[in-house]
Design a protein around this ligand. Structure first.
Ligand SMILES: Nc1ncnc2c1ncn2[C@@H]1O[C@H](COP(=O)(O)OP(=O)(O)OP(=O)(O)O)[C@@H](O)[C@H]1O
Ligand SMILES: [Mg+2]
Length: 353
């Protein structure tokens, strides 16, 4: 970055001006964030690499009018001025949220610091959406429970009605219970520290356990689970987390299949990657929804999920669990034919293959 405006300085305070410029240059050079020093004509004296990379400066000028405005304001103030503004950046004019701070530096200069807050903003939005979603999901069964208890106390002389309402009450309570359970699982996979919980485990055991936990559901929906015999496949990971992931995939395969159909669960190792594939011949997933179903609370058909009692968290838990193990979940699905979800995990165990 060149130094501008030196020739303008009066000879008498030339050395002071030079000293300021040197200090300004040094300060900006050590900044890890985007920092710019401007002279009295708002020409850029010095810009940190971060500021250049951020695209704040071009040909010795600040590009964004809003930042220039802030610089002007700071000249009239004896204290630093701070604002949170949106600026666009790059060829795609991507909108960024920045925190900008400007302060006088000596008599003639202004120092401007700009911090990118876009990620933090996004996180905040995600968090707010999440809380809103959770509240919404909780409200439905809680509302139903409250109505049902009222109805039960109003139907005291009618045992049949009481039985019917009690059944519904139990269903809603179960729904509430499984929602809370899933939220706990989600927060567990999100905050997991595998360094503490990882142990050597056998994936065939994980599958057996995940299938076991789905036996009641499979029987209820008259779906046959076919697992075949798997060779023992060792991996260092979190047993509970992987079992939850596989259980969720099997649970979906059962829930989104017709009664009388089959669900297959396979395990093989290809090029150092263990693949657990869960295949159903159920309703399938439209192509344009295949990416979105891994989002929290996303359901292709909310009305069907109401019947199955789903909240749309199962796949995001599975995906997080896979990512925590440096793996992924792949999906192949055709409407009306069925789906295969494949949990792919790199085998990190040196001794066993
Ligand atoms: N095997 C499958 N076949 C067809 N659709 C599926 C399958 N698995 C998932 N889906 C679709 O993806 C959506 C998200 O699945 P996910 O498991 O995250 O939530 P859910 O099953 O609705 O609820 P829960 O949180 O109880 O698991 C489902 O609502 C369903 O629309
Ligand atoms: Mg599910």
């Amino acid at each position: 970055m060149g130094i501008f405006g030196m020739g303008k300085a009066r000879a008498s305070n030339q050395s002071q001006v030079d000293a300021f410029e040197v200090v300004a240059a040094q300060v900006v050079d050590v900044l890890a964030t985007a920092g710019v020093v401007l002279d009295e004509r708002n020409l850029v004296l010095r810009a940190s690499p971060g500021a250049v990379q951020f695209g704040l400066v071009q040909n010795g000028h600040l590009i964004h009018a809003s930042l220039l405005n802030l610089v002007e304001q700071s000249r009239l103030s004896n204290v630093p001025i701070e604002v949170e503004i949106q600026i666009d950046s790059g060829l795609q004019r991507e909108q960024l949220w920045v925190n900008a701070r400007a302060a006088k530096f000596g008599e003639r200069y202004v120092m401007l610091l700009v911090e990118d807050q876009t990620e933090a903003k996004k996180l905040e939005t995600t968090r707010r959406d999440f809380v809103a979603n959770v509240s919404h999901e909780l409200k439905t069964p809680i509302g139903a429970i409250s109505l049902l208890t009222e109805a039960i106390s109003g139907a005291q002389d009618d045992p049949d009605t009481i039985r019917k309402f009690s059944d519904s009450l139990q269903k809603e309570a179960q729904r509430l219970g499984s929602l809370v359970q899933e939220l706990m699982e989600l927060s567990r996979v999100q905050g997991a520290n595998l360094v503490e919980t990882a142990k050597e485990l056998d994936l065939s055991q994980v599958i057996a356990d995940a299938v076991d936990r789905n036996l009641v559901l499979a029987e209820k929906r008259r779906v046959r689970l076919i697992t075949g015999s798997h060779e023992s496949t060792k991996l260092v990971g979190d047993y509970e987390m992987l079992t939850t992931a596989v259980r969720n995939l099997v649970e979906n395969a059962i829930a989104y299949s017709d009664s009388g159909s089959q669900v297959g669960i396979g395990l093989k190792v290809i090029d150092g990657i263990a693949e657990i594939a869960v295949t159903d011949s159920g309703i399938g997933i439209p192509e344009d929804e295949q990416e979105r179903i891994f989002e929290r609370f996303y359901r292709v058909d909310p009305s069907r999920s109401r019947v199955t009692g789903g909240t749309g968290l199962g796949l995001s838990i599975a995906k997080h669990a896979a990512t925590n193990h440096r793996g992924e979940v792949r999906l192949f699905s055709k409407i009306g034919i069925g789906s295969t979800f494949t949990l792919r995990l790199p085998i990190n165990n040196q001794e066993s293959k």
